[in-house]
Design a protein around this ligand. Sequence first.
Ligand SMILES: [Zn+2]
Length: 672
Amino acid sequence: MTTPAPRPPAVKLAWRIGLPKFETDREFERLLRFLRQHRGAVDELALFETVTHHLYLPLDEVLVPRAALMGRRLDALRAAGFASVGINVLCSIGHANEAWDYVAPLPFQAMIGHTGAVSRGCGCPNAPALRAYIRAKYALFAQANPDFIWVDDDIRMHHHGVSHGCFCPVCLDRFERSTGVAYSREALARALNEPAEAPLRQAWVEQNIRTLEELLAEIAGSIAAVNPRIALGLMTAGPAWTTYSGQAFERWFPALQAVKARPGGGFYSDAARLGLPLKAVEVGRQRAQLPTSVTDIQYELENFPYQALQKSTGSALHECTLALAMGHNGIAFNALGGEGSDDEFHGIPAGAERLRPFWNRLLRQVADLPTVGFWVAWSPELTARRQVRPGEDWFGGDGRYDINKPQPLAEIGLPLGVDRAAASGVVLNGRVAEAFSTHELEQMLAGAVFMDSAALEVLSERGLGALTGVRVKRHLDNGLRERFSSDPLNGRFADDVRDARIEFWGDARGLADELEPLAPTVRVLASLETYFGQPRLGPCMTVYENDRGGRVAVAGYAPWMFVHSLPKRTQLQNVLDWLTRDTLPVRIEETVPLIPIVRLNATRERGAVVLLNAGLDPIPQATLQVRAPDAAVRLLLPNGSTRRLQPRPVPGGWTVTLGPLPAWSTAVLLIG
Ligand SMILES: [Zn+2]
C-alpha cells in the first residue's frame, strides 16, 4: 500500500455573503446566478446571520427563524455544488453603536467604557445573561448544520461604541475578586493612569484576555454540544490598532478550538493606496502569531461598504497577492453588496479566477517558509507593559507606541518581515521597547538593530545605552535639517542635505534629536544644522558595533518620514546592509517604489520575492541583488507565465534585472 502524496498547497477562495443577498428567495436566486457565473472563483461560502453590528436580536422572534432559513440556504448551496458552506456570526459582543433608534435594546448589561460611556450596541461579555444568550445563539446556528462557523472580530474589549471596556459592575466585581481591591469605575480608570500602577494595568489586560478566552470557550462548547464536527474560525483585530485586549492568540485560538483564522485590518480605498502594503504587514503580524493548529488562514479582501469606485479591482487583487506573500493560504472576499444589482461586483471574482494559477504557483513555492527581512518590534503585551508617565493617558492614542511608523522603510524597498525568528534584524521605534524585558533588548542589541532616538532613550533608561554607542544629548524641534558626513556608508552623497521641514507636520518633538557619542568608534552619518548652515550642531545619525558583536544604527532626525529621496534611500540601504553584514536578503539598486516581501528557507536555496510596484509609473528596469546561493531563478507573472532568468553572480549572491514592470502591479521571483 502506498500513502497518497500530500496535496500541494492551493489557495482557497471564500466569499462572505450578507444577509440581504439570501434573505428572500428572489435575492437568493440572484446570488446563485452570480455564484454560478463565477464558479471558478468560489471554493467556500459563509453566510452572515445579521445585517447590523448591533449585538442583540431576539432569539425566538428573529434568530430561530433565521437559523432555519440559513439551514435551508446552506442545503441549497450544497445542492448547487458548493462543497464548503458555513455561517459567519457577525456579532458575539457587538461591533459598534448602530441603528439604536429602532433596534431592540440590549436586554443585558451593556459594555461600559472607562469614562462611564455606555455602549448602545455592544454587551458586556462577562454578563451571565449575555453568555447564556451567546450560547443559545451559537447552538441555533450549529443546528443549521454548517460545515464551519466563523466568530467575527468583535472578540475584543476596545472600540465597542465605547473606546475601552469594560467597566460595568460585573467586570469591576470580577476584578475585585482577582485582585482583592474594590474599585469604583472612576477610581479604577484613575488608577490605571497612575505611573506606579504597572501591575494593575497588567492585571486589567489579563482580565480582558481571560474574559474573551472564556467567551470563546463557551462558544466552542455550545457548538460542540450540537455538532463537534463543525470547524471553527476566529477573526482577529490587528495589534497596530491596539493591544489593549491582550492579543493572546495562544489562548484564544485553543479556547475556541479554531482551525481557521482571519487576521484583520483595514484597507478600503485607493485614496490611500499605500495602506495596501501597510495592511499586508498588519495581517502578517497576526499570521505569524497563530498557533500551528490553525491551518486555514484567510485574508479578508475588505471592500466594505461595497462601492466599486472606492477601490480598483487591480488593488483588490494585489492585496490578495501580498497577503499570500505574508503567509495566508486563502482569501475571504468581503466584496459583494447588499440586495440589488450585482453589476458592479464582477471584476473581483473574474480577476480571482484568472489569478488562481498564479496564486497556486506562489503558494507551492513558499509553503511553510518564513518571511525574511527586518522585524518591526511589537509585543502582544505592549499596552499592558508600556509605561505611563505623570500626566499621560493610558487610554489615549500615543504615536510613540505606533508600530506602523517604520512602514516608510518598506516604501523605499527595504524588506520587512513579520517572523521574528527568521528576521535579519530588528527595528525599534518610539517607546515600543518598553514592552520587552531588559534581557530581550540585550539579545536584540547583540544582532542588527535600527532604531530612532526615542527608542534609544528607553534603552538608556534600561542601562543599555553603552550597547548603542550614543545617548540623546538634547531634543530640538524647529528649523533644522541634516547634513550627511563623508562616512563611506553615505556613498557618493557626502555633504548631501535632507530637509524634512519638521515643524510642518504637527508636533515636531523627537524629530531633531542631537546624539552624543559615548565611544570613539561611533561613526557619525549625519549632523544637524540650521537653515543658515551655522552653527553646525551635533550628530543626529550614528552607527556602532558594540562589544557583543551587535551593530546598531540610531536615527534622530525625522526617522520615519521623507526618507524617499535617492541620497537617504541609498544611505539607509547601506546602513541596513552594514548592520546585517550584507545578509539583508534583497537590495534593489534603482530608486524605484518597488516593495519586496521575501520568503526563504534557512539556507536561502528556495523561496520567493514577491514584488509590488507601489508607484503609479511603470518601472523600466529594476536590478535586484539577492543574498542567496546560486539557484535557478524564474519570473512568475500574474498571468501565470514563468520565464527563466539568468542570475549574474556577485559577492554574497546574485543579481537579476527585471522590467519593464507596469505601474501598480505585482510580480514574483521564484528561487530554487
Ligand atoms: Zn462588563
